[in-house]
Ligand binder design. Structure first.
Ligand code: FAD
Length: 386
């Protein structure tokens, strides 16, 4: 059996480079990027849990900011690994992991967010490739991204789930226009993206023509685990910040807040442990629909915890740190002010699937309750009212 601790120690001793990118490339090539990925693709085919050992041994060495590469890491990588050709895996995974190429997700549209399968962006065959035209919205990181995962309609005569195809979009291709959208916090983390006659060669198609929905489901299930299931220590993250405030500032405590504080701590710990289980499930094979429960719990907790923090801090808590429109790289829950956290948490119950939709998924696919009546699954997309 591979002793991953020994491997990581030997790697650390033999690769003294301080150049962060060179170091990350070498780490990928040694199979110590994500140990559960196959050999040759940054991994060693080992159980996912062993990654923690590697991370411990390589602590303090050059690393990439997981918030900066979050979409690539959490969504694009598992989708490319599962549905990509060997050539696509070789091409995309290494620079994705080293952070040399950032990714974004071109899924949501003005008329198709929760009803993702209703999307209207068209991809039409053109010789050995495709011409893509349409509009996407709320695209986090599009202004920095080199590549995007893109869902487009290739057959409007089929019912909405069946006429979709999944592509990797070249964000530098002519016809890709990225425009910032300012949000509640003042930042423009996300953008509108206009695609006008963008040519994508067929080797940027991920999965078979018309199979885009199945590919997108891999992305969506991973997205929910990756949004909700980050590996936090007990009492870490937002609940940790709230607990510190409670401990350090006796002047802000009240009896009513004490009860809410306890409820939140218990709920945060339950959500954290559910996240641990969801990641074990992910390691064992596919992330199940249960990942939706993790994302739902984290989103609701983020709003309640940041709300209680503002309440405890009173007027002082309402001071926003910076209203400059920044076209930033990452969500910064821990580095910014309480107001930023509270405002930014509003989006957690929308991004990656709204809480209402996640409850539908849990009801139907985890609990087996009757499904919402649907009248549009057999009708050609072209005939659906829009
Ligand atoms: C901060 C942030 C970042 C984002 N980043 C990205 C990104 O990088 N890439 C990307 O593609 N998208 C991104 N999104 C978009 C996000 O995924 C969508 O906003 C989300 O899926 C909801 O779609 P919608 O906004 O069109 O709302 P709608 O689908 O119009 O929904 C409106 C309301 O109706 C409810 N609703 C709709 N249908 C049902 C139903 N069947 N049952 C019960 N309730 C229902 C919804 O839950 C919601 O409350 C981001 C959003 C946010 C807030």
């Amino acid at each position: 059996m591979t002793d991953v601790r020994e491997l990581a120690r030997a790697f650390r001793a033999s690769v003294p480079t301080d150049d962060p990118v060179e170091f990350l490339r070498a780490r990928f090539d040694a199979g110590l990027a994500w140990v559960h990925y196959p050999a040759g693709l940054g991994g060693l085919g080992l159980p996912r849990e062993q990654q923690a050992i590697v991370d411990e041994e390589l602590a303090g060495t050059p690393s990439n900011d997981p918030r900066r590469i979050g979409i690539g890491l959490g969504m694009a990588a598992p989708t490319v690994l599962r549905h990509g050709t060997p050539e696509q895996r070789r091409r995309f995974l290494r620079p994705l992991w080293t952070g040399e190429e950032l990714w974004c997700q071109l899924f949501s549209e003005p008329g198709a967010g929760s009803d993702l399968a209703g999307l209207a962006t068209r991809a039409v065959r053109d010789g050995d490739g495709w011409r893509v035209t349409g509009q996407k919205v709320w695209t986090s990181m599009a202004h920095r991204a080199r590549w995007a995962i893109l869902l487009a309609r290739t057959d409007p005569d089929l019912p909405k789930h069946r006429g979709l195809t999944y592509f990797v979009c070249d964000m530098t291709a002519p016809g890709v226009d990225v425009r910032p959208l300012r949000q509640l916090t003042g930042e423009a983390e996300f953008n509108e993206v206009f695609l006008t006659d963008v040519f994508l060669p067929d080797d940027l198609r991920l999965g078979a023509v018309g199979e885009g929905w199945a590919v997108a489901r891999t992305t969506l299930m991973n997205e929910r685990v990756s949004i909700g299931g980050g590996s936090l220590p007990r009492g870490g993250g937002l609940i940790g910040m709230l607990t510190s405030l409670w401990t350090d500032r006796p002047d802000v405590r009240t009896a009513a807040a004490h009860d809410e504080m306890m409820r939140l701590w218990v709920a945060a710990e339950a959500a954290r442990l559910t996240g641990v289980r969801a990641r074990q499930q992910l390691a064992a094979g596919d992330p199940g629909p249960e990942g939706s429960a993790v994302k739902l719990a984290f989103a609701e907790l983020a709003q309640r915890i940041t709300g209680l923090e503002l309440e405890l801090r009173g007027a002082e808590g309402l001071r926003h740190d910076d209203w400059t429109m920044r076209h930033g790289e990452a969500v910064d829950f821990e580095g910014r002010s309480p107001t930023y956290r509270w405002l930014r948490a509003k989006g957690t119950s929308i991004e990656g699937g709204t809480s209402e939709i996640l409850r539908n998924i849990i009801a139907e696919r985890v609990l087996g309750l009757p499904a919402e009546p649907r009248t549009d699954t057999t009708v050609p997309w072209r005939e659906l009212p829009r």
